[in-house]
Design a protein around this ligand. Structure first.
Ligand code: CO
Length: 470
C-alpha cells in the first residue's frame, strides 16, 4: 500500500450553486450574490461553484435573469478564484441529448464567459455521453472534471469504480469527482473508495456529498484521511440538510493538523454574517422548508436522493394519492433494478420516480409507461451497468428498436437550425445556447428582456422630457 501524503485539504465552495439549489429551489439572485463575491474570492478556495445544474433554468424561468450575465458579473469580481460549473454530459444543462456541435459551443462559451472547471457527469455513468464535453473542455484549455454518479447496488463494486476511474483518466480528464448526490457514501466506505481510487489514478480526486442522511461531515473526515484532494462545502447559513457539510465546520476540524486549510476564520465569519439574513428571509417566506434541514434517514433506507423524495411527494399530491407514499418508495428500487440498476440523478431519478408512481397509482406495473421510460429502455440515454429486465422491456417498448450506439451519434448537428429558429431574438452569441436548452422559457425571457428595454427607453425619454421642458 502506498503511503498517503498528508497535505492541506482544498475546498470548493457551493454557496452560489448547489447550496441554494438544494435548500431554496435555486432562487438566490445575482443581486444577492454580487456584494459578497469579492470576500469569497479572498478565502483561497480551490474553486467557487456558481453555475450549472438548475441555476440556468431557474434564472430564466423564475428570476428573469440572463444566466450568462450572472456568470460574467461573478467573474468580474472573483479575480483570483477558479469558477466551477456542473454539466450533464451530452444533455448539457437540459434534459435531452444535444448534437455534438451544441455541446462543443456551450463548453466554448462557458469558458469564454469565465468558467475554469467543468464538472461533467452522466446519469448512467456511460462515458460515451461525456466524451464530447471532455474533449471540448480540453480544447478550450478548461479543466475537465469527470464525475462518477455514486450509487449503491450489486454492480457497484470497488472494481467497478476503479475501472471506470482508469477509463476517465485515459479519456483526458483533469480530475475525478465522486458525486454522491444522495448522501449514500458512508464514512468507512469512503475510506475504502478513496484509498482504492488514489491507488488507481494519478489525477486528483474530489468528493461531493449532501448532508441529507446526516453522515456528510464524517464521510469527509474519513475521505480526507484517505487522501482525497478536494471536498465540496457550503457556508453554514446554507449548509447541512439537503445541502453540503458546512465550510466553517470542516475548516475548524482540520485546524492545526497536516490537512489545515489555512483559511481566515474571521473572513469566513464575515461571509456567514452576510448570508444569515438571506437564510432568515427564506425561512420566513417559506422558501426554505425546515423539513429539508434535518436528517432524512429514508434516503439511506430507500437510497433515494433528497430532491427525488420531495418530487415524489408533490407528484402524489397532484394525483391525490398521498397515502401511497411508502408503497411508491418501495417501488423505486424495484423499478431501478428493472432499468439496469442505474444511479438516481437527473434525469434518471425523475424517470425512475415517475415510473414508480405510475406503477403504484395505476394499479398494475408498467400498464402506463412514460415516454422517458421507453427511451431509457430502448437505449436512448445510453448503456446501464446491468441489462434491463427483458420482460419489463418487452412490456414497455414491444418490438421497438433498441440502440446500442452512443446516443448522440443519432443526433445530427443542430446549431444552424437553432440559430434560424431564434434569430429574431438574438442579442448576443450565447442566446442561441439559452434557446437550445429551454426553448419556450428562453423565448419568454427574450420577450421579457425586450419589454424591459422598451420600458427603460420610455423612462429615459420621460426623464429627458421632464429635465428639458419643451
Ligand atoms: Co450536489
Amino acid at each position: 500500500m502506498t503511503e498517503i501524503a498528508k497535505k492541506p485539504i482544498k475546498i470548493t465552495e457551493t454557496i452560489l450553486r448547489d447550496a441554494h439549489q438544494s435548500l431554496i429551489a435555486t432562487r438566490m439572485t445575482t443581486e444577492q450574490m454580487l456584494p459578497i463575491v469579492e470576500k469569497l474570492d479572498q478565502v483561497g478556495y480551490h474553486s467557487l461553484e456558481c453555475w450549472g445544474g438548475a441555476t440556468f433554468d431557474a434564472s430564466l424561468r423564475f428570476l428573469k435573469e440572463d444566466p450568462w450575465d450572472r456568470l460574467r458579473k461573478i467573474r468580474d469580481k472573483a479575480k483570483n478564484t477558479k469558477l466551477q460549473m456542473l454539466f450533464r454530459g451530452q444533455n448539457i444543462l437540459g434534459y435531452r441529448p444535444y448534437g455534438d456541435d451544441v455541446v462543443e459551443y456551450f463548453v466554448q462559451k462557458s469558458i469564454a464567459n469565465g468558467i475554469d472547471i467543468i464538472r461533467i457527469f452522466d446519469c448512467l455513468n456511460d462515458l460515451r455521453n461525456l466524451e464530447t464535453a471532455v474533449k471540448a473542455a480540453n480544447k478550450e484549455k478548461g479543466h475537465a472534471q469527470v464525475a462518477l454518479s455514486y450509487t449503491l447496488g450489486d454492480a457497484y463494486t470497488l472494481e467497478y469504480w476503479t475501472n471506470i476511474a482508469k477509463e476517465i483518466e485515459n479519456m483526458g480528464a483533469d480530475s475525478i469527482c465522486i458525486k454522491d448526490m444522495a448522501g449514500l457514501l458512508l464514512p468507512y466506505t469512503a475510506t475504502e473508495l478513496v484509498t482504492a481510487l488514489k491507488e488507481t489514478v494519478k489525477i486528483p480526486i474530489q468528493l461531493h456529498t449532501h448532508y441529507t442522511s446526516g453522515v456528510g461531515s464524517m464521510t469527509y473526515l474519513k475521505a480526507v484521511e484517505a487522501g482525497v484532494d478536494v471536498i465540496d462545502c457550503a457556508m453554514s447559513p446554507f449548509a447541512l440538510g439537503t445541502s453540503q457539510p458546512a465550510t466553517e465546520v470542516m475548516v475548524e476540524t482540520f485546524k492545526g493538523t497536516p490537512y489545515d486549510t489555512g483559511y481566515d476564520t474571521k473572513l469566513l465569519e464575515e461571509i456567514a454574517d452576510y448570508f444569515r439574513p438571506l437564510r432568515d428571509e427564506a425561512l420566513e417566506s417559506g422558501l426554505l422548508n425546515p423539513k429539508n434541514m434535518g436528517v432524512n434517514i429514508k434516503t439511506l433506507i430507500y437510497q433515494v436522493p433528497g430532491g427525488m423524495l420531495s418530487n415524489l411527494t408533490s407528484q402524489l399530491k397532484d394525483l391525490h394519492a398521498e397515502d401511497k407514499y411508502y408503497e411508491v418508495l418501495e417501488e423505486v428500487p424495484r423499478v431501478r433494478q428493472d432499468f439496469g440498476e442505474c444511479p438516481l440523478v437527473t434525469p434518471s431519478s425523475q424517470i425512475v420516480g415517475s415510473q414508480a408512481v405510475m406503477n403504484i397509482v395505476g394499479g398494475e406495473r408498467y400498464k402506463m409507461v412514460t415516454k422517458e421510460s421507453k427511451d431509457l429502455l430502448s437505449g436512448h440515454y445510453g448503456k446501464t451497468v446491468k441489462p434491463f429486465n427483458p420482460e419489463v422491456q418487452k412490456k414497455c417498448i414491444g418490438d421497438a428498436e433498441v440502440i446500442t450506439c452512443r446516443p448522440a451519434d443519432l443526433v445530427p448537428n443542430e446549431l444552424e437550425t437553432l440559430e434560424t429558429e431564434m434569430a429574431q431574438y438574438k442579442e448576443q452569441d450565447e442566446d442561441v445556447l439559452t434557446y437550445a436548452l429551454f426553448p419556450q422559457v428562453a423565448i419568454d425571457f427574450f420577450k421579457y428582456r425586450d419589454a424591459q428595454k422598451t420600458k427603460m427607453d420610455a423612462t429615459v425619454a420621460d426623464t429627458e422630457n421632464g429635465a428639458y421642458p419643451v
